[in-house]
Design a protein around this ligand. Structure first.
Ligand code: F6R
Length: 241
């Protein structure tokens, strides 16, 4: 694991964007694994600026998102489909037909997960997977568990994740209780993994991811076993490392 210490959120966002744009410049038809949440928004904004300046071109890129809430329509403002268009896809020249997100509108969990798994597998997995990290060490919506998950599956969100996500909803009751997420094994197939972390509330999870034992109780700890994993984090998130 390579750890890049950043001054603050802005510095972390620029460095994350630099790594993603280098990937796309070196391989214009890159398959990018993308994340939602507040952490990557700054990196997406930076990439949009560089796209507008003509420094990076997404015409041949395809994208595979980590997760989606179950039961929200794609145009629901709280859905990850909406988030990705609003924060990134609608502002760059990616072909929307090449953007993929688990289908939260399909309530047949088995079919929805099998379909997404097949898609990611047929693509040969992603070149670069961008990840945020939950306060409890989750990646994607892979919550602490007794075993590491494998492929795309449906999860019941933990109270801590529901509470953390409720800041984005009008009422806590509106936060969906279930989601579809890529599994840990699928994430580990990425050729490169880029974890972004910011803020003191992530300090314990970042410590455990980098220095703790590899355990499904801290899903991100498995990233210690990936041969090409880079962590970009600000001082606050790295306070315990
Ligand atoms: C998002 C995702 C989640 C978030 C994590 C951190 O697609 O899969 O694992 O990366 O919950 O969220 P933020 O960045 O909002 O702190």
């Amino acid at each position: 694991m390579k750890v890049i210490r950043c001054k603050d959120y802005e510095d972390m966002s620029r460095k994350a964007a630099n790594i993603i744009s280098a990937q796309v410049i070196l391989k214009p038809d890159s398959k990018l694994g993308l994340a939602t949440g507040t952490t990557p928004i700054g990196a997406y904004q930076q990439l949009i600026k560089w796209y507008e300046k003509g420094d990076v071109d997404f015409a041949e890129v395809s994208a595979y998102n980590l997760d989606e809430y179950c039961g929200l329509s794609h145009d629901n403002v709280q859905s990850y489909h909406y988030f990705m268009r609003d924060n990134f896809f609608d502002h760059i020249n990616i072909d929307l037909a090449n953007t993929h997100i688990p289908n939260g509108e399909n309530l047949d969990a088995e079919a929805a997960c099998a379909e997404y798994d097949a898609l990611v597998k047929e693509a040969g997995y992603v070149d670069l997977q961008l990840l945020g990290i939950g306060r409890n060490g989750h990646i994607g919506f892979n919550e602490p568990d007794d075993v590491f998950s494998k492929g795309t599956h449906q999860v019941d969100l933990t109270e801590s994740t529901i509470e953390a996500n409720s800041r984005l909803f009008d009422r806590a009751e509106d936060v969906p209780r279930q989601a579809y997420t890529m599994g840990v094994q699928t994430i580990m197939h990425a050729k490169m993994i880029l974890v972004a972390a910011t803020g003191s509330d992530k300090a314990q999870a970042v410590h455990d991811m980098i220095l703790g034992p590899v355990t499904p109780k801290v899903p991100a700890s498995i990233l210690q076993l990936h041969t090409n994993c880079v962590v970009v984090a600000d001082e606050e998130a790295l306070a315990l490392v």
